[in-house]
Design a protein around this ligand. Structure first.
Ligand code: ASP
Length: 325
């Protein structure tokens, strides 16, 4: 009996030592940065920008993995069930806080299934139309969609995507229901807008500012209460009559629950460093996105923010009666 006990002790000591060694050696292979939307969209652009300096700081490649579908919830479930060893991390936006109310059968819990690394950035949105859409300004847009609601299409990236939320706010404030078309991300939705297959799309400035400047899409307004330095001539939706219309897309970085603290510390340091990278900062400034100050880039801050946002959106979504079974 004593012998068995001794061997068991030896095995567990060895396992502990191996675990500690794995943490010391972290990372010794590429890291997957999972994002919940398709390539070419704003989340993908942000992830790919961050991945380069993060990889440099960690001495390993950070590979962006697009796990798409169901408004971001397939990726949430994938990361919640991934091995908690630091080799799978997750970048998601405020959809993390709306999912519990939107999805009755959500297979992960944003408040208990993750470790919180930190907030990444806040991104404004823009309301756009295909270039040849027959409305030259916001007032004409209102008149046109009210008169043609059966034939106007509004693209989004699925229930839980911010394009969906922004579209819902727009429709509810003008009192019109349009034909909504879901995509697996606003990357493919934007391709269809550029190709003229859909009429309208709300999307983040990360990808829309260059298209607006190049005159490849029509823009009707920005979703912040103040005009953006990146698009000074584009009025806010609020100033054009949609009072209080505000969507700023906050983002957070997560790891599966149980990821060891020393590993999380290394990832946190790398992400903080990546967010100070001049290329990342310039690209985000070009989109009038706000990067939090270093003192706010930490797990407790993200967790508190997520909790507050879940409490904020839950009742709003329940009242609106929008959800997936
Ligand atoms: N931002 C998402 C994307 O990158 C889509 C969305 O939330 O609307 O595709």
């Amino acid at each position: 009996m004593k012998k068995i006990f001794k061997s068991l002790m030896l095995v567990s000591t060895c396992l502990l030592a191996l675990g500690a060694q794995a943490q010391d050696n972290f990372p010794d292979k590429p890291i997957s940065l999972v994002i919940p939307f398709a390539a070419g969209g704003p989340t993908d652009v942000v992830a790919r920008l961050m991945a380069i300096p993060m990889g440099k700081a960690l001495g390993q490649t950070v590979v962006v993995e697009n796990t798409v579908g169901a408004g971001g919830t397939i990726a949430g479930a994938r990361v919640a069930r991934a091995a908690p060893n630091g080799y799978t991390i997750f970048l998601h936006h405020m959809g993390m806080s709306t999912a519990p109310a939107l999805y009755k059968k959500l297979s992960f819990n944003p408040m208990t299934d993750f470790e919180y690394i930190g907030q990444v950035l806040d991104v404004p949105m823009t309301l756009l139309a295909r270039k040849d859409f027959p409305a030259a300004n916001f007032q004409e847009l209102l008149t046109y969609v009210k008169a043609n609601k059966e034939k106007v299409s509004l693209a989004n990236a699925g229930l839980g995507a911010v394009s969906h939320l922004c579209g819902l706010l727009f429709m509810s404030q003008i009192g019109v229901d349009l034909n909504t078309i879901p995509y697996k991300g606003t990357g493919p939705a934007m391709n269809d807008l550029l190709g003229g297959q859909v009429d309208l799309l709300c999307d983040q400035t990360t990808t829309t500012v260059p298209l607006i400047k190049e005159n490849r899409v029509k823009v009707y307004g920005v979703t912040t209460l103040k005009r953006l330095s990146a698009l000074p001539n584009v009025p806010t939706l609020d100033e054009q009559g949609l009072k209080g219309f505000e969507v700023k897309v906050w983002h957070g970085l997560y790891a599966p629950k149980g990821t060891p603290k020393p590993v999380l510390d290394k990832i946190t340091a790398a992400y903080q460093q990546a967010m100070q990278d001049p290329v990342v900062r310039q690209r985000m400034a070009d989109a009038s996105s706000e990067i939090p100050t270093l003192d706010k880039m930490n797990g407790p801050n993200l967790k508190a923010h997520l909790e507050a946002e879940i409490a904020k959106w839950g009742p709003v979504i329940k009242k609106a009666g929008i959800y997936a079974d």
